[in-house]
Write a protein that binds this ligand. Structure first.
Ligand SMILES: [Zn+2]
Length: 233
């Protein structure tokens, strides 16, 4: 689909996606993962090279479907009347490199930010983190400033996201990805929770992390024994 074809995107699909992005953005606000105008939600429009994304400078508490904009994979505005967020190039870079994903969320959630500010990974000390995120959440150390467009820095984020669904940006915030907007929101909520547990456990003691063997066990447990199987006839 070329740039001129953006108007041919199915309006029903776009409306549904827009409604979900707005719900996720509100979810970030309601769960105190973003305040004021901070945070960005973007989702790939299926079967296109376009991304639906929240604009710069809008409170996530008061965002409407009409406020969302569409950008291409080079972060150029192709539809909508508002200015893209300064973090748009980071979002579109991840979408470009990871077509298997649907959604990228950027938050400044306080507990995760405390680790990012200290240039520290979130150690994997809770079963919740081992189970849900699969290990320690790394901080991207070779990353300069918010809004960077340095390919090498954006690529560092992509590389770290190969093994985990959330990473920290040095002295800044978090990036979370998901196969649906709702899954990405869930992971963003869990990330903040596990950061809080890790921070408190560090304050109380010298916690020991899950070993690679334990992580492997939990991964298998999650894949084979947790939750419900799809219904069969
Ligand atoms: Zn930010």
């Amino acid at each position: 689909m070329s740039k001129a074809d953006v108007g041919r995107i199915d309006t029903g699909l776009l409306d549904d996606l827009g409604r979900r992005v707005v719900e996720v953005a509100r979810g970030l606000f309601e769960n105190k993962l973003v305040v004021s105008t901070f945070g960005v939600v973007s989702t790939r429009i299926p079967n296109t090279d376009y991304v639906l994304i929240t604009p710069s400078g809008f409170s996530k508490a008061r965002l409407d479907r009409e406020n969302l904009i569409i950008v291409d994979l080079e972060a150029n505005l192709v539809q909508g009347k508002f200015r893209p967020s300064v973090e748009t190039p980071m979002h579109t870079h991840i979408h470009k490199r990871r077509p298997d994903l649907s959604t990228v969320i950027h938050t400044h959630s306080p507990m995760a930010c405390a680790f990012a500010a200290s240039n520290m990974d979130i150690p994997c000390v809770s079963a919740e983190q081992a189970f849900y995120l699969g290990g320690r959440v790394p901080v991207i150390r070779k990353y300069s400033l918010p809004g960077t467009t340095e390919e090498i820095e954006l690529e560092n984020i992509v590389r770290a996201l190969k093994s985990i669904n959330a990473v920290l940006m040095r002295k800044h915030g978090a990036v979370i990805v998901g196969k649906t907007p709702e899954e990405a929101l869930d992971t963003a909520i869990v990330l903040e929770d596990v950061a809080k547990i890790a921070l408190h456990s560090i304050l109380l003691s010298k916690p020991r992390e899950f070993t690679p063997r334990e992580l492997k066990y939990l991964k298998e447990f999650k894949a084979t024994r947790y939750g419900q199987k799809p219904a069969t006839k």
